[in-house]
Design a protein around this ligand. Structure first.
Ligand SMILES: Nc1nc2c(ncn2[C@@H]2O[C@H](COP(=O)(O)OP(=O)(O)O)[C@@H](O)[C@H]2O)c(=O)[nH]1
Ligand SMILES: Nc1ncnc2c1ncn2[C@@H]1O[C@H](COP(=O)(O)OP(=O)(O)O)[C@@H](O)[C@H]1O
Length: 207
């Protein structure tokens, strides 16, 4: 894979924030709340994916939904900071996705898997790494089932990856912050606490 291509150094500004964690841990829930509560502070890095949109998801807002061929062509053309295969689909962060947010001087929020984290660590993006984790595998499975977005096969694939990623996550120094998402309000409060310094910087810059 190619490097970050100087996305951060070209567009200096607030530090991006990576949210990672198993499928069903609560990343999208938290991202949506942050974007809603702090308008003009955060911007979402809209990834590309080859998976099909779920009901309610919007092209260009949740993801750029593309074919495998288009995605592969973009990667070959050096348009991506990182990309990964997750549960049978391709996902990737384009340079443009991050640049669009940084050009507006917003804190860029990235929702990426563990492979993405490991690859972003090789670039000069220099984000804050936050891991959202479920209280247990049993609760994770229940939340994923209750979300009703996955087939049984897709659910099992996500749980398999989750088990492996939870092991990888134990490596010291992997993340700046780990948040256990048990009680939603409590966990969201901790996330806001972890981001308070960066949020304050944006507010100050706007004065
Ligand atoms: N590496 C990488 N992972 C991504 C990207 N976009 C999304 N993901 C991850 O892909 C996984 C599957 O995402 P999604 O299909 O939306 O399912 P969900 O996590 O169950 O809601 C999640 O772990 C996301 O964090 C990306 O651009 N790069
Ligand atoms: N603390 C929580 N308690 C109960 N349900 C939760 C909690 N956090 C998230 N959920 C629910 O769990 C499901 C998975 O959350 P989601 O944000 O889609 O996870 P991710 O984006 O990490 O895959 C969603 O249906 C969400 O409403």
């Amino acid at each position: 894979m190619r490097g970050g291509g100087g996305v951060q150094s070209v567009m200096a500004g607030p530090r991006p924030v990576v949210l990672t964690g198993p499928s069903g841990a609560g990343k999208s829930t938290f991202l949506k709340r942050l974007l809603q509560e702090y308008e003009g502070v955060f911007g979402f890095s809209v990834s590309h994916t080859t998976r099909k949109p779920r009901p309610g998801e919007e092209n260009g807002k949740d993801y750029h939904y593309v074919s495998r061929e288009a995605m592969q062509a973009g990667i070959a053309n050096g348009e991506f900071i990182e990309n990964a295969e997750f549960s049978g689909n391709m996902y990737g962060t384009s340079k443009a996705a991050v640049q669009d947010v940084q050009a507006k001087n917003l804190i860029c929020l990235l929702d990426i898997d563990m492979q993405g984290v490991l690859n972003i660590k090789k670039t000069d993006l220099n984000p804050i790494y936050i891991s959202i984790q479920p209280p247990s595998m049993e609760i994770l499975e229940k939340r994923l089932r209750d979300r009703k977005t996955e087939s049984e096969e897709s659910l099992q694939k996500r749980l398999d990856v989750a088990r492996k990623d939870m092991e990888l996550s134990k490596k010291p120094g992997m993340f700046d912050v780990i948040i256990i998402n048990d009680d939603l309000e409590e966990a969201y409060g901790k996330l806001k606490g972890a981001l308070a310094e960066e949020i304050a910087k944006i507010h100050k810059a706007k004065k």
